[in-house]
Design a protein around this ligand. Sequence first.
Ligand code: GLN
Length: 191
Amino acid sequence: MPKIGVLAIQGDFLEHGKMLDAISMDWQEVRLPDQLDGLDGLIIPGGESTTIVQLMDIYGFRDTIKRRTREGMAVWGTCAGMIVIARKLLDKRPEPLGLMDIEVSRNAFGRQVDSFETEIHVASIPGDPVHAIFIRAPIVTNVGPEVEIIAEVEEGKPVAVRQDRLMATSFHPELTNDTRFHELFCKLSGS
Ligand code: GLN
Protein backbone atom coordinates (compact mmCIF):
# COMPACT_ATOMS: atom_id res chain seq x y z
CA MET A 1 0.00 0.00 0.00
CA PRO A 2 1.48 3.42 -0.92
CA LYS A 3 2.38 5.75 1.92
CA ILE A 4 0.83 9.20 1.55
CA GLY A 5 1.87 12.45 3.20
CA VAL A 6 -0.31 15.51 3.66
CA LEU A 7 1.55 18.83 3.91
CA ALA A 8 0.34 20.13 7.27
CA ILE A 9 1.73 23.63 7.62
CA GLN A 10 -1.34 25.66 6.60
CA GLY A 11 -4.75 25.07 5.06
CA ASP A 12 -7.30 22.25 5.11
CA PHE A 13 -4.92 19.31 5.64
CA LEU A 14 -7.20 17.72 8.28
CA GLU A 15 -9.96 17.27 5.70
CA HIS A 16 -7.56 15.43 3.40
CA GLY A 17 -6.58 13.22 6.33
CA LYS A 18 -10.24 12.35 6.97
CA MET A 19 -10.68 11.32 3.34
CA LEU A 20 -7.57 9.11 3.50
CA ASP A 21 -8.86 7.55 6.72
CA ALA A 22 -12.20 6.90 5.01
CA ILE A 23 -10.43 4.81 2.36
CA SER A 24 -8.11 3.20 4.97
CA MET A 25 -4.89 4.59 3.52
CA ASP A 26 -1.56 4.68 5.30
CA TRP A 27 -0.83 8.41 5.68
CA GLN A 28 0.99 10.94 7.84
CA GLU A 29 1.16 14.69 8.32
CA VAL A 30 4.26 16.35 6.86
CA ARG A 31 5.63 19.37 8.73
CA LEU A 32 9.35 19.15 7.92
CA PRO A 33 11.24 18.28 4.70
CA ASP A 34 12.89 15.08 6.00
CA GLN A 35 9.39 13.64 6.53
CA LEU A 36 9.15 13.39 2.72
CA ASP A 37 11.63 10.51 2.75
CA GLY A 38 9.88 7.23 2.13
CA LEU A 39 6.61 8.78 0.94
CA ASP A 40 5.03 7.59 -2.31
CA GLY A 41 2.70 10.57 -2.60
CA LEU A 42 2.22 14.04 -1.14
CA ILE A 43 -0.97 16.11 -1.00
CA ILE A 44 -0.62 19.90 -0.82
CA PRO A 45 -3.95 21.21 0.52
CA GLY A 46 -6.04 24.28 -0.14
CA GLY A 47 -5.38 27.36 1.94
CA GLU A 48 -3.41 30.50 1.22
CA SER A 49 -0.69 29.88 -1.34
CA THR A 50 1.56 32.83 -0.37
CA THR A 51 1.58 31.63 3.26
CA ILE A 52 2.16 28.01 2.27
CA VAL A 53 5.12 28.89 -0.01
CA GLN A 54 6.57 31.29 2.57
CA LEU A 55 6.47 28.62 5.28
CA MET A 56 7.80 25.95 2.91
CA ASP A 57 10.79 28.18 2.16
CA ILE A 58 11.38 28.92 5.85
CA TYR A 59 11.38 25.18 6.62
CA GLY A 60 13.56 24.43 3.56
CA PHE A 61 11.10 22.32 1.56
CA ARG A 62 11.87 23.66 -1.92
CA ASP A 63 14.93 21.56 -2.86
CA THR A 64 13.83 18.41 -1.05
CA ILE A 65 10.39 18.36 -2.65
CA LYS A 66 11.94 18.83 -6.10
CA ARG A 67 14.37 15.99 -5.46
CA ARG A 68 11.65 13.67 -4.13
CA THR A 69 9.44 14.47 -7.13
CA ARG A 70 12.33 13.64 -9.51
CA GLU A 71 12.74 10.38 -7.59
CA GLY A 72 9.11 9.54 -8.38
CA MET A 73 7.04 10.79 -5.45
CA ALA A 74 3.53 11.63 -6.67
CA VAL A 75 2.15 15.08 -5.80
CA TRP A 76 -1.44 16.35 -5.79
CA GLY A 77 -2.16 20.03 -5.21
CA THR A 78 -5.72 21.14 -4.43
CA CYS A 79 -6.58 24.82 -4.98
CA ALA A 80 -3.74 26.72 -3.23
CA GLY A 81 -1.76 23.48 -3.71
CA MET A 82 -2.24 23.82 -7.48
CA ILE A 83 -0.73 27.32 -7.28
CA VAL A 84 2.19 26.05 -5.19
CA ILE A 85 3.24 23.32 -7.67
CA ALA A 86 2.78 25.35 -10.89
CA ARG A 87 5.67 26.18 -13.21
CA LYS A 88 4.44 29.73 -13.69
CA LEU A 89 1.84 32.10 -12.22
CA LEU A 90 0.19 35.04 -13.92
CA ASP A 91 0.39 36.76 -10.52
CA LYS A 92 3.42 38.36 -8.87
CA ARG A 93 3.33 36.19 -5.75
CA PRO A 94 4.15 33.60 -4.57
CA GLU A 95 7.13 32.12 -6.41
CA PRO A 96 5.77 28.65 -7.24
CA LEU A 97 7.80 25.44 -6.89
CA GLY A 98 7.70 24.63 -10.60
CA LEU A 99 6.94 20.92 -10.24
CA MET A 100 4.22 20.70 -12.88
CA ASP A 101 4.24 22.19 -16.38
CA ILE A 102 1.17 24.39 -15.91
CA GLU A 103 0.60 28.14 -15.92
CA VAL A 104 -1.97 29.24 -13.33
CA SER A 105 -3.93 32.37 -12.49
CA ARG A 106 -4.95 32.88 -8.84
CA ASN A 107 -8.47 33.93 -7.81
CA ALA A 108 -9.41 33.54 -11.43
CA PHE A 109 -13.16 33.52 -10.86
CA GLY A 110 -13.25 36.90 -9.06
CA ARG A 111 -12.97 37.68 -5.33
CA GLN A 112 -15.53 36.53 -2.70
CA VAL A 113 -18.48 35.84 -5.04
CA ASP A 114 -16.25 33.41 -6.72
CA SER A 115 -17.06 30.57 -4.38
CA PHE A 116 -19.45 28.21 -6.14
CA GLU A 117 -20.28 24.54 -6.54
CA THR A 118 -20.97 22.61 -9.70
CA GLU A 119 -20.95 19.11 -11.17
CA ILE A 120 -18.12 18.31 -13.53
CA HIS A 121 -17.19 15.33 -15.60
CA VAL A 122 -13.64 14.11 -14.90
CA ALA A 123 -11.94 12.03 -17.58
CA SER A 124 -10.05 9.76 -15.13
CA ILE A 125 -13.10 9.18 -12.90
CA PRO A 126 -15.77 7.04 -14.53
CA GLY A 127 -19.36 7.07 -13.32
CA ASP A 128 -21.26 9.99 -11.84
CA PRO A 129 -19.90 13.51 -12.31
CA VAL A 130 -17.85 14.95 -9.46
CA HIS A 131 -19.34 17.60 -7.17
CA ALA A 132 -16.72 20.35 -7.34
CA ILE A 133 -16.44 23.08 -4.67
CA PHE A 134 -14.55 26.19 -5.80
CA ILE A 135 -13.36 28.66 -3.14
CA ARG A 136 -11.45 31.66 -4.54
CA ALA A 137 -10.10 29.13 -6.95
CA PRO A 138 -7.27 29.34 -9.44
CA ILE A 139 -7.58 28.31 -13.06
CA VAL A 140 -5.09 26.73 -15.42
CA THR A 141 -4.29 29.19 -18.22
CA ASN A 142 -1.74 27.11 -20.13
CA VAL A 143 -0.39 23.56 -20.09
CA GLY A 144 2.82 21.97 -21.35
CA PRO A 145 2.78 19.11 -23.90
CA GLU A 146 2.90 16.38 -21.23
CA VAL A 147 -0.08 17.66 -19.28
CA GLU A 148 -3.49 16.05 -19.69
CA ILE A 149 -6.57 18.15 -18.95
CA ILE A 150 -8.94 15.85 -17.06
CA ALA A 151 -11.73 18.34 -16.26
CA GLU A 152 -12.93 21.76 -17.35
CA VAL A 153 -15.67 24.00 -15.89
CA GLU A 154 -16.47 25.12 -19.38
CA GLU A 155 -14.77 24.75 -22.73
CA GLY A 156 -11.24 26.12 -22.42
CA LYS A 157 -11.26 26.48 -18.61
CA PRO A 158 -9.25 23.55 -17.19
CA VAL A 159 -9.71 22.87 -13.47
CA ALA A 160 -8.13 19.43 -13.12
CA VAL A 161 -4.89 18.35 -14.78
CA ARG A 162 -2.48 15.46 -14.67
CA GLN A 163 1.13 15.01 -15.73
CA ASP A 164 2.49 11.52 -15.10
CA ARG A 165 2.44 11.23 -11.27
CA LEU A 166 1.48 14.85 -10.67
CA MET A 167 -2.10 16.05 -10.35
CA ALA A 168 -3.70 19.42 -9.62
CA THR A 169 -7.32 20.43 -9.03
CA SER A 170 -8.71 23.97 -8.69
CA PHE A 171 -11.48 22.65 -6.45
CA HIS A 172 -11.68 20.74 -3.15
CA PRO A 173 -12.61 17.03 -3.31
CA GLU A 174 -11.64 16.84 0.38
CA LEU A 175 -14.69 18.94 1.29
CA THR A 176 -17.13 16.38 -0.14
CA ASN A 177 -17.97 12.78 0.77
CA ASP A 178 -16.77 11.52 -2.58
CA THR A 179 -13.45 9.71 -2.11
CA ARG A 180 -12.84 8.96 -5.80
CA PHE A 181 -10.17 11.65 -6.28
CA HIS A 182 -8.28 10.42 -3.21
CA GLU A 183 -8.52 6.85 -4.53
CA LEU A 184 -7.20 8.04 -7.91
CA PHE A 185 -4.27 9.80 -6.25
CA CYS A 186 -3.41 6.75 -4.14
CA LYS A 187 -3.45 4.66 -7.31
CA LEU A 188 -1.07 7.18 -8.99
CA SER A 189 1.20 7.04 -5.93
CA GLY A 190 1.31 3.26 -5.97
CA SER A 191 1.96 2.85 -9.68
N1 GLN B 1 -7.06 31.99 -3.38
C1 GLN B 1 -6.17 31.17 -2.60
C2 GLN B 1 -4.70 31.44 -2.98
O1 GLN B 1 -4.46 32.19 -3.87
C3 GLN B 1 -6.49 29.70 -2.78
C4 GLN B 1 -7.83 29.41 -2.16
C5 GLN B 1 -8.03 28.01 -1.71
O2 GLN B 1 -7.08 27.21 -1.56
N2 GLN B 1 -9.27 27.67 -1.41
O3 GLN B 1 -3.84 30.91 -2.39
